[in-house]
Design a protein around this ligand. Structure first.
Ligand code: MGD
Ligand code: MGD
Ligand code: SF4
Ligand code: MO
Length: 735
């Protein structure tokens, strides 16, 4: 068993108001005794990825001293990946934000200030901006990595309290495509599967999804499948997952849409469609069938680089096998035609009747621990609980449940991430509040992003560390408690609501995001209507009420303790629903979708040219993504664990095919210079046949990567196309 070192906390010594001290659970161990016995073991859902593994947290005098994976939880059944095992370690890092910090001008150094001062500065400067420049002039950028209750509180305070019109999240970089694809096709953003489907499929198709690295415990679930499934990986790279698959289709980057239309063409031509399913439960099939006629195997083979024979075999497996599940992640979502690509996958499942049965589905795998919470309850792209900002009935329902006037609700969704950022250039966005996301590292075209952050009148960063790229540019840093130092719920990839608990004291004056939002709301003056939002569980009860009669109904889900005892519960879970005792649940078993006519829609479009084409000046296609199972995004957390650091390369690197290395005269391990149309970077060269010729790969964990990428968006989801950027590469001279 690994031993977690107990960090030495800085003594708490800040000036605080009476009011803050009275906040339940804001400092010290607060509410821990309510859920956790001091010298025992409790469970908590992991705060990294969307698998949502439960971890046993071992306590001494109420403080976590170690952890082990939980054996009976239905998700991870005793397993955890390296990040989960090391989840306590980053909490003890020396660069934790322990007090609010402020600089009155850009040239001044950041100085510690008190919470009352910080809250006053936040409210004064935000209020000035909104008063002087209008409701569109300040925005927030949030995350899929805080608790659902925190997201809901933030979205409600910012929009209904402060009167901010815009707020988006890093989920735009990640899940916006799936949200849009499901909404349009199924009538609601509803990933239909349960993890048991990994174990119950005969054919598992993984598209742009590197489970072994990004979702290692889901891959363990695949390995538990007793049906000797066919595992097909569709990814330009020979990833760790592709290497273990029964077949790997190394298609040309961004040729997915052509390939899927080609598969649909063959399935129709060979008569493998499930006509009775199509007739009973879908609409738009005929037009779709006409559309895919042009995608004959020869054309598709030329475009995708996959042979006609292999394409035929894949079509046959999808069209004739009994239980086929299709899973996708960022290789699909991060594209300039992402939504239609995701819908092409959905169409394959619909036309073969592979949905609503065990081992089937058109399944988008989410990324962050609470991406699903953000999709439903962050109040950004839709009104709390999957409601529509523009729908009068929805507005009334939400306003009534919250006890506010519906006139306080904006009448449309927020600007998207890129529109908020582009707004800085034009002077439309003047103040920005970044919460639990490190946009200066993770957004494309880094140098432009840095320039725009510097242009803001006021940048507030709310993070657990002071050292992040974004925090370093802030005017005001609000110190947050991290995973393990606060409580609330996460919703994982299979729609399972799980409880995460406070098992450690946050250092110094760091506060749970929940309490930061509450304190700011009180200082702002929206005390009264927010009185009911007094604790995470009180907010959870409000969210349950908001979900009533929506597809994500959780009115019958129970309280934190009941959810915890049940091993988490999946939505929907309406009042008195019998399936409460079931530990695994999938959607659409009755063939009814959430559209008006209850039918799923076939949606499609013409294939678009890559807006970032390669040419003589930029001959290589750069792909980006996850590097190792021990690295998380911008590395602010995983970079703090000595054990994890030993598991991955310290310095930035780029992967190139041996033939290309030979042709360009580049050698393994030498420093190279890479240039795109948007920026340049230097890093170490790794020569490996896992990338195809003409392709390069860089993990996103190093700051170098997003110096090169560019924010080209999918038109429906406005998600950036991070995975296909044209570059050239040379030996770095002078070394
Ligand atoms: N260890 C670790 N795990 C994580 C994360 C992490 O940072 N580290 N992040 C989490 C988050 S938020 C997310 S969103 C998920 C992401 O999980 P994944 O999407 O599985 O990870 P990525 O590496 O971003 O992209 C997946 C694959 O897409 C492929 N790809 C690139 N271009 C194309 C294309 O045109 N077509 C196809 N079919 N494939 C293509 C890439 O080669 C890559 O192997 O991981 C989650 N899990
Ligand atoms: N080139 C390229 N770029 C990408 C991607 C790619 O594949 N390629 N993937 C994109 C995807 S899918 C994603 S999801 C994004 C992720 O991008 P980010 O969201 O920017 O990445 P993280 O490093 O997870 O940032 C989370 C921040 O929140 C802080 N934090 C952690 N816990 C808490 C908490 O409880 N409270 C508060 N207040 N702060 C906390 C962390 O210290 C960190 O600074 O990156 C995107 N960018
Ligand atoms: S697989 Fe995901 S949820 Fe499970 S331990 Fe690893 S990071 Fe945590
Ligand atoms: Mo993500």
């Amino acid at each position: 068993m690994m031993k977690a070192k107990l960090p030495t906390w800085r003594a708490f010594e800040g000036p605080l108001t009476e009011q803050l001290l009275r906040e339940p659970g804001s400092f010290g161990l607060g509410q821990v005794p309510a859920l956790v016995k001091p010298d025992a073991t409790t469970t908590s859902v992991c705060g990294y990825c969307s698998t949502g593994c439960a971890l046993n947290i071992h306590l001494r005098e109420g403080e976590a001293v170690n952890l082990t994976p939980e054996a009976v939880y239905p998700v991870n059944i005793g397993m955890a990946c390296p990040k989960g095992w090391e989840a306590l370690e980053p909490l003890g890092a020396s660069d934790r934000a322990t007090t609010p910090m402020y600089r009155s001008s850009r040239d001044a150094p950041l100085k510690p200030i008190s919470w009352p001062e910080a809250a006053q500065i936040f409210c004064d400067r935000m209020r000035n901006t909104l008063n002087n420049h209008g409701e569109e002039s300040a925005a927030f950028l949030s995350t899929g990595q805080i608790c659902t209750e925190e997201m809901a509180l933030l979205g409600s305070f910012a929009k209904f309290g402060m009167g901010m019109r815009h707020g988006d999240g890093n989920t735009r970089q990640c899940m916006a495509t799936s949200v849009m694809a499901y909404k349009q096709s199924f009538g609601f953003d509803a990933p239909p599967y349960t993890f048991a489907d990994f174990e119950e499929s005969n054919v598992i198709v993984l598209i742009g999804s590197n489970l072994c690295i990004a979702h290692p415990i889901m891959w363990q679930r695949v390995l538990k499948n007793k049906r000797s499934p066919e595992i097909i990986v569709i990814d330009p790279r020979t990833t760790e997952t592709a290497a273990q698959a029964t077949s790997h289709l190394p298609l040309r980057p961004k040729s997915d849409l052509t390939l899927f239309y080609g598969l649909a063409h063959l399935i129709i031509r060979e008569g493998w469609v499930d006509q009775s399913y199509i007739d009973s439960h879908t609409s738009g099939f005929e037009a779709f069938a006409a559309h895919v006629k042009q995608f004959d195997p020869k054309t598709v083979a030329t475009v995708s680089g996959i042979s006609k024979e292999v394409i035929y075999q894949l079509a046959k497996s999808i069209g004739t096998k009994e239980r086929v599940s299709l899973w996708w992640t960022m290789g699909v979502n991060q594209s300039y035609e992402a939504t239609r690509t995701a819908q092409a996958i959905i169409n394959l499942a619909l036309m073969t009747g592979n949905i609503g049965r065990p081992g089937t589905g058109a399944n988008s795998i989410t990324g962050q621990c609470n991406a699903m919470g953000s999709r439903l309850f962050s109040n950004t792209t839709n009104l709390l609980g999957g409601h529509d900002f523009a729908n009068p009935t929805h507005r009334e329902k939400v306003a009534k449940t919250l006890g506010i006037d519906s006139a306080r609700l904006p009448n449309g969704p927020s600007k998207a991430y890129d529109q908020i950022i582009d707004g800085i250039e034009r002077g439309d966005t003047r103040a920005l509040w970044m919460i639990a996301t490190n946009g200066v590292h993770s957004w494309g075209n880094r140098e432009r992003m840095r320039r725009l952050m510097a242009k803001l009148d006021f940048l507030v960063v709310q993070d657990i560390y002071v050292s992040t790229d974004s925090a370093q540019m802030a005017d005001l840093i609000l110190p947050a408690a991290g995973w393990g130092e606060k409580e609330g719920t996460f919703i994982n990839s299979e729609r399972r609501v799980g409880v995460t608990k406070k098992v450690k004291r946050a250092p110094g004056e760091a506060l749970a995001d929940f309490h930061i939002f509450r304190y700011l709301a009180k200082t702002w003056g929206c005390g009264e209507w927010m009185d009911r939002w007094e604790s995470p569980e009180a907010v959870f009860n409000i969210l349950k009420e908001l979900s009533r009669e929506k597809p994500c109904d959780i009115t019958g889900i129970g309280n934190y303790r009941e959810i915890d005892d049940a091993g988490g519960r999946q939505w929907p879970c309406g009042e008195g629903e019998a399936h409460l005792e079931q530990s695994e649940r999938r959607l659409f078993e009755d063939g009814h979708f959430y559209t008006k006519d209850k039918r799923a829609k076939f949606l499609f479009d013409d294939v678009q040219p890559n807006p970032e084409p390669t040419d003589d000046s930029f001959p290589f296609t750069l792909m980006t993504g996850r590097g190792t199972s021990a690295q998380w995004h911008t590395q602010t957390r995983t970079g703090k664990s000595g054990i994890l650091r030993r598991l991955y390369p310290e310095d930035a690197y780029i992967e190139m095919h041996p033939t290309d290395a030979e042709a360009t005269g580049l050698k393994a391990n030498e420093q190279v210079w890479i240039r795109s149309r948007h920026g340049q970077a230097t890093c170490r060269l790794v020569v490996t046949p896992t990338v195809g010729q003409g392709q390069l790969f860089m993990p996103m964990h190093y700051t170098e990567t997003n110096r090169l990428t560019h924010p080209t968006m999918d038109p429906h989801s406005l998600q950036p196309s991070y995975k296909a950027c044209a570059v050239r590469i040379r030996k770095l001279l002078g070394r």
